[in-house]
Ligand binder design. Structure first.
Ligand SMILES: Cc1cc2nc3c(=O)[nH]c(=O)nc-3n(C[C@H](O)[C@H](O)[C@H](O)COP(=O)(O)OP(=O)(O)OC[C@H]3O[C@@H](n4cnc5c(N)ncnc54)[C@H](O)[C@@H]3O)c2cc1C
Length: 308
């Protein structure tokens, strides 16, 4: 097995691996999959276009997947692959981190394509939130990539699942699991979205912007500080590089400065309108229409005008 394995995927108890397999496709031959998770996950991965599955055995519910990271690193490094791909998720990154440390390689994310050549790997990577790309050459060790895992996929007849010995680290146990209450927000299918930022002075003033969103038949969204910072709105409502990415017909940015990390989330919008009291705010360089003014005056005036 050793001399023919060029690529590996590492899988942390989730059968969504189409994105991982796809990323290894240019190397040919199908990747070796190392799976830490339930047997059902190993079986699903076995039918996803891989050459073989190494399964670390049933998980003890009290043992976190991350405890298997050193064992996974040993399995991966034993076959000396040139490309290792895992999911850009909390557990996926933990496993990849151990693999990368064992190989003395960095973990790279945002990679959109990879080609293996005689010297190593040549990668294309998104940067600045996807508004540009760069090319990287990785030599001297495997390329270790954290990518979007994609979906669970069946690509053909299942291959062999081999149960391998893999001891988790001790000293870390799951003591409780709680389901988080999530807010159901469907910003991606909204035709109109009104986003609000730190230009808002108080939480109670959200009512102003909510009224505008309702009048337009749209959804309310925000910049990250309003969700992650002061928590005035649910995390599901913030837009940007680390939040939701949307493509509405109309996006209104109210009291939002227009930092790249936010605007990346709305670059699919057909029309962007900004309201900001600072005429030098970056958002005015990125919108189709801009109103320089105090949102506390402009927003009520817009609502009145829209209601005719
Ligand atoms: C790794 C990383 C990831 C990030 N990811 C995201 C992300 O996904 N999404 C995101 O949004 N941010 C993200 N950020 C944060 C981002 O860099 C900005 O800090 C954030 O977007 C700024 O939010 P804001 O525009 O609401 O606030 P500010 O930048 O403080 O802007 C507030 C604006 O309101 C205007 N204003 C003030 N008073 C009024 C008024 N009365 N009327 C009209 N306008 C007024 C001001 O002129 C100003 O332009 C990220 C940052 C990092 C480092």
């Amino acid at each position: 097995m050793n001399d023919a394995v060029r690529t590996c995927i590492v899988v942390a108890d989730d059968p969504a691996v189409s994105g991982l397999v796809e990323m290894t496709a240019s190397a040919g031959g199908g990747p070796l999959a190392v799976v830490v998770g339930r047997r059902a996950v190993a079986d699903a991965v076995a039918a996803a276009g891989v050459r073989q599955v190494l399964w670390c055995g049933d998980l003890d519910p009290a043992t976190p997947v991350e405890a298997y990271a050193p064992a996974v690193a040993r399995l991966v490094t034993s076959v000396s692959p040139r490309l290792v791909v895992g999911a850009a998720t909390v557990t996926g990154r933990a496993l990849l981190g151990a693999v990368a440390a064992a190989c003395q390689a960095p973990v790279l994310s945002g990679v959109t394509s990879v080609e293996l050549d005689a010297d190593g790997a040549v990668l294309t990577q998104d940067c600045y939130g996807g508004i540009s790309t760069r090319t990287l050459a990785v030599t001297g060790g495997p390329a270790v990539l954290a990518v979007d895992p994609g979906t669970a996929a069946v690509a053909g007849a299942p291959v062999e699942v081999e149960r391998v010995a893999a001891e988790p680290l001790g000293g870390c146990r799951v003591t409780e699991r709680r389901t988080r209450q999530r807010v159901a927000v469907d910003l991606r299918s909204a035709r109109t979205v009104v986003g609000v930022g730190r230009g808002l002075k108080e939480k109670a003033d959200l009512a102003l912007v909510e009224e505008l969103a309702t009048t337009l038949g749209g959804e309310l969204a925000c910049s990250r500080p309003l969700a992650e910072g002061v928590a005035w709105l649910a995390k599901e409502r913030y837009l940007g590089i680390s939040g939701q990415q949307i493509s509405p017909e109309l996006y209104l940015a109210i009291g939002i400065s227009g930092q790249l990390q936010h605007m990346v989330g709305v670059r699919g919008a057909r029309v962007v309108v900004a309201v900001n009291s600072d005429q030098n705010a970056p958002v005015f360089g990125l919108c189709d229409y801009g109103v320089v003014g105090d949102l506390y005056r402009v927003v009520p005036a817009l609502v009145t005008a829209l209601r005719g």
